[in-house]
Design a protein around this ligand. Structure first.
Ligand SMILES: NC(=O)c1ccc[n+]([C@@H]2O[C@H](COP(=O)([O-])OP(=O)(O)OC[C@H]3O[C@@H](n4cnc5c(N)ncnc54)[C@H](OP(=O)(O)O)[C@@H]3O)[C@@H](O)[C@H]2O)c1
Length: 407
């Protein structure tokens, strides 16, 4: 039998139900959507761990509802506060900081890890889950952008599996089923185009964080919403797709599809395009990964194509939204350039959200950081963390000093 590039190995048995679930980033948009899936099918899951960053109150509420044996939180003061908010008689083990997130990602009693921390902070726990041989339902695309080659290498050794939660990559996962790798010509990632798709440069010079956060089709966390507005989200997704499916960037195309109904497609050598369509709601790809290969019902209105009406497609405006080009270039340049791309983007997005830089400064800062970067070896996880930290530090120092950015 020929191989196909499904993330799920053909000879691997699926774990039985109920599946034991550890959710990292439980207080965020993806984490909460996952818990809605679990609420619909409580017989299919046991929540063994919930992890969060700073939102102690929300984590305490979730913990009181789900009663996992393990909780994770950013630091010791937050852990102390959390312990004080838990119901009497319930005393889970509380794991702290990055080390704590890595522990939640590799618990013996967990089958499936939902990696849904935002940003580069998601890399160490995703790697820990890979080392522990887990089924990783991956929302944290930054993990693959930073070190997809390392995560793939570790998964090969440990038997861990990465299932894509990102709607585009999940659509590709579904569209690849039953096909051979050699028959795939391109992956076609769809992009909504974000809230500024139809705007011009003069408008973009003035946009506020509130306008940029107002995504037309998806309800998401702040960072990914800004990434969608700059098209960096699609750039990160191109890199994510290359790592997930083992393809070069020339095999990945991007098309803007403002209705977000077609979630992505696979183009085969005979010219067939096979895609995945559905209501834009993350519960669908999350449920697909958590229950794979079983499909479960969800409390969503099924997509009516007649109601959806027109589905339109157009080329991305790369001159106005250069982040997509920057991501392709970074991936082609070296293994360290995507780390710089991501770090500079995270710093720039945070500064924009704090209203310290204008919207159009985001791609400028990233481009300057990439131009100044000289490729270095990235064979070990420590290299990634060093490059990431150095880039952030240099960028902030240089911005504070008013000079150009070097990473
Ligand atoms: N939202 C979507 O529709 C969507 C779709 C596809 C992919 N993704 C990807 O999924 C990831 C999460 O996105 P999101 O929209 O859910 O983001 P979000 O709403 O901002 O949630 C982020 C989560 O990460 C936690 N977190 C942040 N820093 C942490 C740290 N250092 N240690 C532990 N936890 C930390 C946050 O905890 P606190 O809130 O407690 O601080 C929160 O639970 C991102 O990589 C994004 O690109 C999201």
């Amino acid at each position: 039998m020929k191989t196909y590039i499904s993330p799920w190995p053909a000879d691997m048995a699926a774990p039985s139900f109920p599946r034991r679930l550890s959710i990292l980033g439980a207080t965020g948009s993806i984490g909460l959507s996952a818990l809605k899936v679990v609420s619909e099918h409580p017989d299919l899951f046991t929540i063994v761990a919930l992890g969060a960053g700073r939102n102690v109150q929300r984590l305490a509420e979730l913990a009181a509802t789900w009663r996992p044996s393990h909780l994770g939180i950013a630091d010791q003061p937050a852990a102390d506060e959390l312990a004080g908010l838990l119901p009497a008689g319930y005393a889970p083990e509380i794991h702290v900081g990055e080390q704590g997130s890595c522990e939640l990602a590799s618990l013996d009693e967990a089958d499936v890890i939902l990696s849904s921390i935002v940003g580069a902070a998601g890399f160490p726990p995703t790697l820990a889950a890979a080392r522990a041989g887990k089924i990783i339902a991956l929302a944290n695309k930054e993990s693959l952008v930073l070190g997809g080659h390392i995560i793939r290498r570790v998964c090969r050794r440990s038997g861990a599996v990465v299932l894509p939660v990102d709607s585009e990559h999940n659509a590709i996962f579904q569209s690849l089923a039953g096909h051979d790798a050699e028959d795939v010509r391109h992956l076609v990632l769809t992009a909504s185009g974000g809230p500024f798709r139809t705007r011009d440069k003069a408008f973009l010079q003035q946009v506020t964080p509130d306008q940029a956060l107002n995504h037309p089709n998806w309800s998401m966390g702040a960072k990914i919403s800004i990434d969608s507005a700059t098209l960096m989200n699609k750039g990160l997704e191109v890199i994510e797709a290359c790592h997930l499916y083992g393809l070069p960037p020339q095999a990945v195309k991007v098309v803007v599809h403002p209705q977000s109904i077609v979630h992505s497609l696979v183009e085969y050598v005979d010219g067939s395009l096979i895609g995945h369509l559905g209501t834009p709601n993350m519960m669908i790809p999350i449920a697909h990964c958590l229950c794979y290969p079983k499909r479960v019902s969800l409390p969503l209105k099924t997509l009516s194509l007649a109601e959806a009406g027109s589905l339109t497609f157009e080329e991305p405006k790369q001159d106005l939204f250069p982040c997509l080009r920057l991501a392709f270039e970074a991936f082609a340049a070296s293994k360290s350039h995507p780390i710089v791309l991501n770090a500079a983007n995270e710093v720039a997005v945070a500064l924009f959200l704090q209203e310290k830089i204008p919207f159009l400064r985001i791609p400028e800062l990233i481009e300057q950081a990439l131009e100044a970067h000289e490729a270095v070896d990235v064979e070990e996880p420590e290299h990634i963390l060093e490059i990431d930290a150095r880039c952030r530090r240099n960028l902030l120092e240089r911005l504070a000093g008013g000079s150009n950015v070097r990473c």
